[in-house]
Design a protein around this ligand. Structure first.
Ligand code: F6R
Length: 242
């Protein structure tokens, strides 16, 4: 595990984007696992800049998002599908058919999870998985539990996760109670993981995840077992890391 701490968001974003850019230069048809949330937004902005300067192309890339809310349609601005379009997809040359996100509106959730797992199975191994971390240690929406799931599955979101994500909604009641998430299997199988955390409020959970016991009660702690994780932290999130 390589851990880097940055003084400014900009340096962190450039470093994060730099990792994606060098991957796309050596593997133009890379498969990228993507995250939503506040954490990767600046990295996506840097990728858009690099694309506009002609430094990279996404024409041959396939993307696989970690998760989607249940009951929130693609056209709903609060969906992760809309989020990804707003922050990345609409600004780059990634063909629509190469974008993969669980369908939050699928009537049969088990079929949808199987469909997503089949897609991931075809890829076998994502070249790079971008990850943020929830305040409770979740990765994707794999919430702390006495056991974790290997494959894509429907989850009941914790109260804390819904509260944190409520800033995208008018009220806490509006935040969906369930989501579909990639399991820890696909995440851990990725060749490389780019794990990013920002802000002092994440310091404790980052410390627990990276240095504490490996436990399903802190799903991000599993990353300690992965052979190639790059950790990018700002000074706040890295405060407790020596
Ligand atoms: C997002 C995701 C989540 C977030 C995490 C942190 O697709 O799967 O695990 O990475 O909740 O969210 P932010 O970045 O908003 O602090």
């Amino acid at each position: 595990m390589q851990i880097y701490t940055f003084k400014t968001d900009r340096e962190l974003d450039e470093a994060g984007a730099g990792i994606v850019i060098s991957l796309l230069r050596s593997v133009p048809g890379a498969s990228l696992g993507l995250a939503t949330g506040q954490t990767p937004v600046g990295v996506y902005e840097e990728l858009v800049k690099a694309y506009r300067k002609g430094h990279i192309s996404f024409k041959k890339v396939n993307t696989y998002n970690l998760d989607e809310y249940r009951g929130v349609g693609k056209k709903d601005p609060r969906s992760f599908y809309a989020f990804m379009h707003q922050h990345l997809f609409q600004h780059i040359d990634l063909p629509e058919e190469q974008i993969h996100i669980p369908d939050g509106e699928a009537e049969d959730v088990i079929l949808e999870c199987n469909r997503y797992d089949a897609l991931l199975g075809n890829v076998r191994q994502l070249d790079l998985q971008i990850l943020g971390i929830g305040l409770n240690g979740h990765i994707g929406f794999n919430e702390p539990n006495f056991r974790l799931s290997y494959g894509t599955h429907a989850v009941i979101l914790s109260e804390e996760t819904r509260r944190v994500n409520s800033s995208f909604f008018h009220s806490l009641e509006e935040v969906p109670e369930q989501a579909i998430t990639m399991g820890v299997g696909a995440i851990m199988k990725a060749k490389k993981i780019l794990f990013i955390a920002r802000g002092e409020k994440k310091a404790e959970i980052v410390h627990r995840a990276l240095t504490g016991p490996i436990t399903t009660e802190c799903p991000a702690s599993l990353l300690q077992l992965h052979p190639d994780v790059i950790v990018l932290l700002d000074e706040g999130a890295g405060k407790l890391i020596g």
